[in-house]
Design a binder for this molecule. Structure first.
Ligand SMILES: Nc1ncnc2c1ncn2[C@@H]1O[C@H](COP(=O)(O)OP(=O)(O)O)[C@@H](O)[C@H]1O
Ligand SMILES: [Mg+2]
Length: 262
């Protein structure tokens, strides 16, 4: 399997009035094509910075970021992004919002094909019947579903999500996790998910990366050895409880606290 994302020895510091603030320290990360990589780490350790480097919005001081065999040197249209705040355009309907990336990257695609592609995803995430509504007429969970459709409508090489489910209530969040798995079962795509929810990282991830405290390096990598057709029930099994325990200890270590003996 080839690696879709390769991050090699990336070091980065922000320039601040108080001097350089080292944020990433010799970070290494590989994500094979089609894999789901969940990234967890202490608050402020450099997770959002990592997403900006992969999407080409920022260049690292040293080290290399490779995407699909090409060195990333600037912003790329082949990266889909989703954030905690869905940032949908209020003057557009849900369908028009989902179509937007196709207007930008697939200029020659006939309008009816664009609509068919957008509707395919809208149906898949359970928003059929809401395509002509405005974003403000939808709940937070529905808006996030629409924003996921918009992020993948143009079939980007990779979907990067920065805490996309963080603002949702626990039940809505679990529904979205299942939707995310259904989407990837129908249409496999590579994902990087930043999250601070360990259950989310295990349920969605093929691998979970724990970043150290700032400046962040890859402290721990967990291969999530669970069936591909998992449902939420799997989170209540002893195996997953053990995995969550290990991740929790790693996070504590990253925060500079001793793990509890157990
Ligand atoms: N543009 C910036 N200029 C200066 N400092 C920044 C900038 N962006 C983020 N930081 C700082 O860098 C550190 C890492 O930020 P970030 O990548 O957003 O962390 P995380 O997403 O893990 O919480 C934080 O201490 C943050 O305050
Ligand atoms: Mg962040």
């Amino acid at each position: 399997m080839t690696n879709l994302i390769e991050i090699k020895g990336v070091t980065h510091a922000y320039k601040t009035p108080a001097g350089p603030l080292p944020v990433l320290d010799n970070l290494e990360l590989s994500v094979p094509e089609g894999e789901f990589c969940a990234v967890v780490g202490p608050s402020g350790c450099g997770k959002s910075t990592l997403t900006r480097l992969v999407s080409g919005l920022m260049k690292p001081d040293t080290g290399e970021v490779w995407l699909h065999g090409e060195r990333v040197k600037g912003p790329r249209k082949t990266v889909g992004m989703a954030f905690q705040n869905p940032v949908l355009l209020e003057w557009r309907t849900i369908l028009q919002n989902v179509i937007l990336p196709l207007e930008i990257v697939a200029g020659s695609m006939p309008q009816k094909d664009r609509e068919a592609r957008a509707m395919q995803l809208i149906e898949m995430v359970g928003l059929k019947g809401f395509e002509n509504k405005r974003p403000s007429e939808l709940s937070g969970g529905m808006r996030q579903r629409a924003s996921l459709c918009r992020a993948i409508v143009h079939k980007p090489d990779v979907l990067i999500m920065d805490e996309p489910f963080g603002a949702l209530d626990a039940f809505t969040r679990e529904d979205l996790w299942q939707t995310m798995r259904d989407l990837r079962a129908a249409e496999p795509f590579t994902c990087v998910l930043i999250t601070h929810d360990l259950r989310e990282s295990v349920f969605l991830g093929d691998q979970v990366i724990v970043l150290s405290g700032r400046p962040a390096h890859t402290q721990y990598v967990m291969d999530v050895d669970l069936p591909a057709d998992r449902t939420i029930d799997i989170l209540y099994t002893p195996k997953v409880a053990d995995m969550l325990h290990i991740l929790r200890d790693q996070i504590k270590l990253a925060q500079g606290r001793e793990p509890k003996v157990h």
